[in-house]
Design a protein around this ligand. Structure first.
Ligand SMILES: *Cc1c(COP(=O)(O)O)cnc(C)c1O
Length: 419
């Protein structure tokens, strides 16, 4: 592989092209393994950023995509439609107990967030609520890297100061501080309630990630927040958007994170593992009153909207998920992470360990030297990419107990060297 070309010309996520970090060339991937060009096999603990829940190179998903290829790989969605999109729409509506009435297919998570924000804004505009100009969200959130999405990401980690003049200013309140299983007090939602009470006439929608704040800090929080926020949004008639792009399709132990709380948002964004990690696709789902309230054309329409290959592999991925006993797999991973990861909290380099569903997080006392840590893991045959002071795992659901133990043991054996 021409790594010099890569280093000189190809931007990688969150890197400086003039001073790029190390990248490892991958030749192929199968099951939970990444096969490096240099010969090493790495157990992937990241599912390629939440996506690859069934593992790589899955025969069922391969088959779905190659079958679809024979009839059509893409047609425009303007004025045309096709079976893969219709089936996926039906599938998503039935997975969410027919709570949602409209489905918008977009091409990435960030775009889904843009679409959700625009949907809420257009809904308000058409209700004659055009004074509403801001979104309300929690600090430490992450919603993607496009301008609209970025404007509701955490102002510090989202580097708002670099784009101040270009970003709309939205309202942020402190991130949830009641842990997933902690005892709930209404005081946890007091700041949110005050913000909504004082500013609801100004607020288009509330947007946040339910239960797990992902790339903004890997925090897990109580389902009681979702109940309280839902009730307050109803009281003040403000739309509620859940960004389930990372949490959707089983990762937290429920098919969708909102199901931990038994409340339903008005608009929901899905992405990441929607296609089992095969293709980029996202979906925005909205409820009947949102559909009814948008009484003119909704102004969005990506070129690759509802791409048939992506929709078809998403259909296959969802069927596979449902027939694979995902819930048992996630539970099995969760209890193994509880057994093997939680004890590491005693190590002086570790601040806290958290586990929820098929997610394990080591919050370290200090920021982790990513390149050093990655190199140690690669030597051990494991792929983990930490950020800030967080070493986190979200393996494919098909990972075997011995493979997961290998990951947790490999982490443990580096801890003494992390000062
Ligand atoms: C990854 C992510 C996004 C952005 O998705 P992309 O496909 O990277 O644009 C948005 N919201 C959440 C919660 C995410 O985890």
């Amino acid at each position: 592989m021409d790594l010099d070309f890569d280093r000189q010309h190809l931007w990688h996520p969150y890197t400086q092209l003039s001073s790029p970090g190390k990248v490892y060339p991958v030749a192929s991937a199968s099951g939970v393994y990444l096969q490096l060009e240099s010969g090493e096999q790495l157990i992937d603990a990241m599912s390629s950023w939440w996506c690859c829940v069934h593992g790589y190179n899955h025969p069922v998903l391969n088959q779905a995509i190659s079958e679809q290829l024979k009839s059509m790989s893409h047609v425009m969605f303007g004025g045309l439609t096709h079976e893969p999109a219709i089936n996926l729409g039906k599938q998503l509506m039935s997975l969410t107990a027919n709570e949602f009435a409209g489905v918008f297919f977009a091409d990435s998570g960030s775009v889904a967030v843009e679409v959700a924000m625009k949907m809420a804004a257009q809904w308000c505009f058409e209700q004659g609520l055009s004074d509403k100009q801001r979104f309300l969200t929690f600090a430490k959130g992450y919603h993607g890297d496009t301008f609209g999405a970025m404007s509701v990401c955490d102002p510090v980690t989202g580097m708002h100061h670099k784009f101040t003049r270009l970003l709309n200013e939205h309202m942020f309140i402190a991130s949830p501080d009641c842990g997933f299983a902690d005892e709930w007090h209404d005081s946890h939602v007091a700041e949110f309630e005050e913000a909504l009470k004082a500013h609801h006439q100004d607020i288009i929608a509330v947007i946040f990630e339910p239960i797990v704040q992902g790339a903004g800090g890997m925090n897990f929080y109580s389902p009681e927040y979702l109940k309280a926020v839902r009730a307050l949004c109803d009281e003040y008639q403000v739309l509620l958007i859940f960004d389930e792009i990372a949490t959707g399709f089983g990762r937290t132990g429920q098919l969708f994170a909102y199901q931990h709380a038994d409340v339903v948002p008005d608009i929901m964004c899905l992405g990441k593992s929607l296609t089992g990690g095969y293709m980029t696709l996202s979906a925005v789902m909205c409820r009947q009153h949102v559909v009814d309230g948008i009484s003119s054309a909704f102004m969005h329409g990506p070129t690759f909207m509802a791409n048939p290959l992506a929709c078809q592999v998403a259909n296959a991925s969802i069927e596979l998920l449902l027939s694979s006993g995902w819930q048992d797999n996630v539970k099995r991973i969760e209890s193994q992470l509880n057994r093997e990861l939680l004890p590491l909290a005693r190590h002086p380099a570790v601040q806290e360990v958290r586990v929820l569903g098929a997610i394990g997080v080591l919050e370290m006392v200090k920021p982790v030297d990513i390149e050093w840590f990655q190199a140690q893991m690669v030597l051990a045959g494991v792929w983990i990419r930490p950020f800030m002071n967080l070493i986190y795992l979200m393996p494919p659901f098909i990972i075997e107990a011995s493979e997961l133990s290998h990951i947790t043991n490999s982490i443990e054996s580096t801890l003494d060297q992390i000062k």
